[in-house]
Ligand binder design. Sequence first.
Ligand SMILES: *Cc1c(COP(=O)(O)O)cnc(C)c1O
Length: 453
Amino acid sequence: MTQEEQKKNELALFGGERAVKSEQQDMFKWPVVTERHEQAVLKVLRAGGMSGFDITKEFEKKYAQLLGREYGLAYHNGTAAILGALYGMGIGVGDEVIVPSLTYWATVTPAYNLGTTPVFADVDPDTICIDPKDIEHRITPRTRAIIVVHYAGMPADMDAIIKIAEKHDIKILEDCSHAHGALYKGKEVGTFGDASAFSLMTGKSLAIGEGGILFTDDRKVYERAILFGHYIRHNEITLKELKPFAGLPSGGYKHRMHQLSSAFGLVQLELYPKQMAEIDRAMNYFCDLLDDSDGIKPIRPEKGSNTTKGGWYYPHFRYVAEEFEGLSLSRFSEAVRAEGAICNPGCNKPLHIHPLFTTMDVYGHGRPTRIAGLDESANIDKYIEKLPVSESINLHVFEVPWFKRYLPEIIEEHANAYKKVIKNYKALLADDTGKDAEIGGYSSFFSSRKNTQ
Ligand SMILES: *Cc1c(COP(=O)(O)O)cnc(C)c1O
């Protein structure tokens, strides 16, 4: 081996040449802001329409049409859209909702605003989505809904979940904040639930700034959500039981979307399908290059299943330490990052063990907020779950580069970074503590994003 070859083969962590050498161009730039976006936003600014809702309504209508749902209602963020959806579905004090522990906190916390008790279920280790096998035994007479998250773009097992919901006559809310445009067996996510909510903030795959949106086919859900947080649109309320309450926001919330976001979003709806197709092509190419590698496994739908990951937000692979003689995930990812590729260990931290869900009394009820809406005999201990997959998954998954462009040569370099580390894993064992540092976080967007160039 010449010295040059040696340098190339040696891990960058130990002074070798980095596998990722090229200029990354616009591989990771997101969202893509075009002149059309700029013009659309300027138009609103110049017309003095920032706080109106005419453009927002246009955005809602167009998005609902594209998705094939009856009603769309826009919000200033996804968290509020989830709150509005829960209220819209009639969920309130003393009710329980079943939610995955492995998700961004906003899937769950809005339940607190309504006096509702979240009940956590475990996730499936292969999809990181709520495990249908862990739902049914958690259903009580108080259970009103299952909140499904299509985590990291991977559609949840909707057939099984719908079966459970129908059997027990409970509702489904889809949190689609990771999965804009993803298909489950050929049908778009966000069309399965009684309601669905999407975050549209800058980090998400359909990004419009700060924003969120709720979809439903149920007029009552839509009107209740308007009553709750869109007081300026109370003239849309037609249902007799709601009309007397119009005029003031029933929950005291103001949920209107900023029209600069709606204007940006109208352009985005046109451009997204093409962007999504390119991302899907790029990410599948990256996964194909690494599919046969030892110790790592892409998390993606089976080929030919007509299930897709949409814009592939926050893509992850599984890590099998046993295939690397127990090499810690932290050490493995450190070596991949040294090669210039993106590799962040873990995903979201499990929510069910955080004190917010075990002890904290947020509003002064004199007992944990988690059970504050239940009758006096409720015992928090009964609600503190053991969820083995959620509690350990951070050691078994890692975040891979989220390519926005199909530029094969750059994608190959990133795949080669992984291959090189896999080939040389033995060299990493010597200094490995065998333990993983604290991994995973509560916010993927701000805390765990490293080395995104
Ligand atoms: C981002 C996100 C939300 C909240 O959306 P915001 O627009 O940030 O308020 C909700 N659920 C999930 C799964 C998310 O990733």
